[in-house]
Write a protein that binds this ligand. Structure first.
Ligand SMILES: [Zn+2]
Length: 164
């Protein structure tokens, strides 16, 4: 299957999430201060309020599970007061890995919106599709490649900086 680049105009499904994705990009920009790959995530309540945010802190705290999505989901669950995040949306700058896809399903989020595709490890449509696996009872909606070019550029800038 040939993938066409996602249009950023005349695309109501994706355009709706662009403001939230810009905030997730700003959250991701905090990660490189600790040598972490810039990935940022937000959890939005059903009314659109931000109830969780996180950026990759794997290097910062020496924890292999400290991915942006996990941190944002934990914060949101604290705010909501329970583990179910029904009605909520997770917005993340990079396609989730298998661990985060699992956490997304378990937290009963309604929707996942992500930016850059991750062909090597992505579990939301690229390498696997854990989130929309038909064998699961709960399958969140997935909106992929929102501001994908901006998200990819942020990641490339980080890795280019490391090579120099
Ligand atoms: Zn992850």
């Amino acid at each position: 299957m040939t993938r066409l680049p996602a249009p950023t105009r005349l695309d109501p499904v994706r355009t709706r999430w662009e403001p939230a994705m810009r905030l997730a990009l700003a959250e991701a920009a905090l990660a490189p201060a600790t040598g972490d790959v810039p990935v940022g995530a937000l959890v939005l309540a059903p009314d659109g309020a931000i109830i969780g945010r996180g950026h990759n802190e794997r290097e910062a705290v020496g924890d292999p599970t400290a991915h942006a999505e996990i941190l944002a989901i934990r914060e949101a669950a604290k705010v909501v007061g329970e583990w179910r995040l029904s009605g909520c949306t997770l917005v993340v700058t990079l396609e989730p890995c298998t661990m985060c896809a699992g956490a997304i399903v378990l937290s009963r989020l309604d929707r996942v919106v992500y930016g850059a595709l991750e062909p090597k490890t992505g579990a939301a449509g690229s390498l696997w599709d854990v989130i929309r696996d038909r064998r699961l009872n709960h399958r969140p909606e997935v909106v992929s490649e929102v501001l994908a070019a901006d998200c990819t550029t942020q990641l490339h800038a980080f890795f280019d900086g490391h090579r120099e």
